[in-house]
Design a binder for this molecule. Structure first.
Ligand code: CA
Length: 252
């Protein structure tokens, strides 16, 4: 039985907008791909994983619907022509339930009515097949930026910077070598730097569905990250979780 997690809280509105803008923007880490054409599904999954995301890939609408309702996705890539439950019906149900994750639909043809139905049904953007994978990746990055109210493409916390376009992380310009899980943990913490992030929430966002999500492993990733970025940048809040600290702010 999978655990069901509460929706993460909205961005802390008590933090002045000027400061929010100067820090970070949403780095999505977990993506659901619903596509029944094996070749396209493989192409999307490979490209998204190479870009550092945790990816769950499903071939039918019922499975997509179940996962979207019971897991935490930062974005969904949804083919409209799916077996068992079509993508449009699934999408409408998610929006009725109040699920807000960005949804990029894949339309089988360049038919205008399919795009209109999809966007009116709650999709945020579309790509027509056949597509260039780079366009799908760029549209996803833009959707996530907009869903978190951000426009700048670079995520920054003080001199620590993470670029979703290249999956590069740097401190004062010097590149860090991170594993994909370390990268996901760091980017999730950076996005939610205004608050404490629990271990449960981190595990809900950094693992694909079939991964071992023992929360102890989150502790291991945090320990490794601390060695790489500096222990003081990731604070442990006893009994609650972790919080990013900008060293500049602490020094003042
Ligand atoms: Ca299809």
């Amino acid at each position: 039985m999978r655990r069901v997690y509460a929706q993460p809280p909205e961005r802390n509105l008590n933090v002045p907008k000027r400061l929010q803008e100067s820090f970070c923007y949403n780095r999505p880490v977990r993506i659901l791909v619903a596509e029944d054409e094996a070749r396209i599904a493989r192409q999307l999954t490979t490209a998204l994983e190479a870009a550092g995301y945790a990816v769950d890939t499903v071939q039918d609408g019922e499975r997509a619907d179940f996962l979207a309702r019971t897991s935490h996705y930062d974005a969904v890539v949804l083919d409209l022509g799916l077996p068992r439950l079509d993508g449009l019906t699934a999408l409408r149900g998610w929006r009725e339930q109040g699920l807000k994750m960005p949804v990029l639909i894949l339309t089988a043809r360049a038919s205008w009515h399919e795009k209109v139905l999809g966007i009116d049904g709650g999709a945020d953007d579309y790509v027509s097949k056949p597509f260039q994978i780079e366009e799908v990746l760029a549209r996803l990055r833009a959707l996530i930026r907009r869903s978190s109210g951000q426009a700048a493409p670079l995520l920054q916390c003080g001199d620590l910077a993470l670029d979703p376009r290249s999956s590069r992380t740097t401190i004062a310009g010097a590149e860090l070598r991170l594993t994909s899980h370390e990268f996901r943990v760091l980017s999730y913490l950076m996005h939610h730097r205004d608050r404490v992030v629990s271990q449960h929430e981190l595990s809900a966002h950094i693992y694909a569905e079939d991964a071992d999500r023992d929360s102890n492993t989150v502790e291991v990733f945090i320990a490794r990250l601390r060695r790489k970025v500096g222990a003081r940048r990731i604070e442990t809040v006893r009994g609650l979780g972790y919080r990013m600290v900008t060293l500049e702010a602490k020094a003042r």
